[in-house]
Design a protein around this ligand. Structure first.
Ligand code: OSB
Ligand code: MG
Length: 369
């Protein structure tokens, strides 16, 4: 695909409700959207950065910088044959996976449109609906958290994830477990504990959780191995698995029993697919994580989650859970069986509301061949 023109839109979108993790609370979500023109087609991608370097070192600002000054000059005006060719061309850039993944997403959209195939078809997906859950942030009180869980279970979500942090962990999980003795429940610490502090999490091991997500440092694999040895419950790595290579390290070290795949974090859909295939081969379950995506990233997350290895519910909730106004005309809704239907139209399979993109944008940038 000859890359003719790229427009970057850093956007700031109000969330329907604040979202709090162990690294902070947000009321709006920032990300960078890419509009890529190629051979008369328009493809869209989403870089899942945020305003602050809380989840990752990448921010809206670093994504704009890396794309403008380093990545786009390597691809604009070039003929890119596929995702492998793209990854090869940008391999001189270290890190910055959100930036890399955003352009790759737009490339997949273009390739799908050219071939008249949906992303799920291009990836070799095997389902038309994906089992999903909801990720609930830290609330002002435990009672408030249980109320939020009540609301989401009433909407039909059959898998609940709650965010935890030191001092707001056992009490929160216990309260939700007591209110819902049989619900699929998991917790996410977003790297808030040291191995030493993690001893305080041992009571979680008696609460029949699906998994404990990223309890230790964001760049750690070894200490997770040591903590996993102390638990019956599966540790799931999120932040630490930044590439297929890191997934292999985690598997070989027995640092986890499950992996959360986020295409952005691992540097692109192609890299997420590689991890999924690696895990599927050895029978390690994976699921698709989320980063409060717009309709663009949500569509591609659904597509990758149709691959055979994705056997656990994803953090891919309905559009209403995040945004009153999205940047796609299409909105995703929850089916009665706690699934979301995967787009079938060519490419990402959703249509972008360009007026909404412009409305949320705070400084677009354009470059062409
Ligand atoms: O750690 O999984 C995470 C959101 C932003 C950053 C990190 C995470 C999350 C979520 C939300 O848990 C998942 C979603 O609903 O998109
Ligand atoms: Mg996580």
């Amino acid at each position: 695909m000859k890359i003719d023109k790229v427009t970057l839109f850093p956007v700031k979108m109000p969330l329907v409700a604040h979202f709090e993790t162990s690294f902070g609370r947000i009321y709006d979500r920032e990300c960078v959207l890419l509009r890529v023109e190629s051979e008369g087609l328009v493809g869209w991608g989403e870089c899942v950065a945020d305003a602050d370097p809380g989840y990752s070192y990448e921010t809206t600002g670093t994504v704009m910088h890396i794309l403008k000054d380093f990545l786009l000059p390597l691809v604009v005006g070039r003929n890119i044959t596929d995702a492998a060719d793209y990854q090869n061309r940008i391999s001189s850039i270290r890190g910055h996976h959100f930036a890399k993944a955003g352009f790759e997403m737009a490339l997949w959209d273009l390739m799908g449109q050219r071939e008249g195939k949906s992303l799920s078809q291009l990836f070799g997906g095997i389902r038309d609906k994906v089992e999903v859950g909801v990720s609930i942030g830290i609330q002002d009180s435990t009672a408030e958290l249980v109320k939020r869980v009540d609301e989401f279970t009433a909407l039909g979500y059959k898998r609940i994830k709650i965010k935890i942090k030191p001092g707001r962990d056992i009490s929160e999980a216990e309260a939700v477990r007591k209110a819902y003795p049989n619900i699929k429940l998991q917790v996410d610490a977003n790297s808030a504990y040291t191995l030493d502090m993690a001893k305080s999490l041992l009571p979680l091991d008696e609460m029949n959780l699906l998994l404990i997500e990223q309890p230790l440092f964001d760049d750690d694999i070894w200490d997770h191995r040591l903590f996993q040895k102390q638990l019956k419950t599966a540790i799931c790595l999120d932040e630490s698995v930044i590439s297929p290579r890191h997934a292999r390290y985690a598997i070989e070290m027995e640092a986890c029993k499950v992996i959360n795949i986020k295409p952005g974090r691992v540097g692109g859909l192609s890299q997420g697919i590689e991890i999924a295939q690696m895990c599927h081969k050895i029978g390690m379950p994976v699921w698709c994580g989320g980063s409060l995506e717009t309709g663009i990233g949500r569509a591609t997350n659904l597509a990758i989650a149709t691959l055979p290895g994705f056997t656990m519910p994803g953090d891919i909730s309905a559009s209403d859970r995040y945004y009153k106004q999205d940047v796609t005309h299409d909105r995703f809704t929850l089916n009665a069986d706690s699934t979301i239907t995967v787009p079938t139209a060519p490419g990402i399979g959703v249509t972008v509301d360009e007026a909404a993109v412009k409305e949320f944008s705070f400084g677009e940038y354009q470059t062409s061949a």
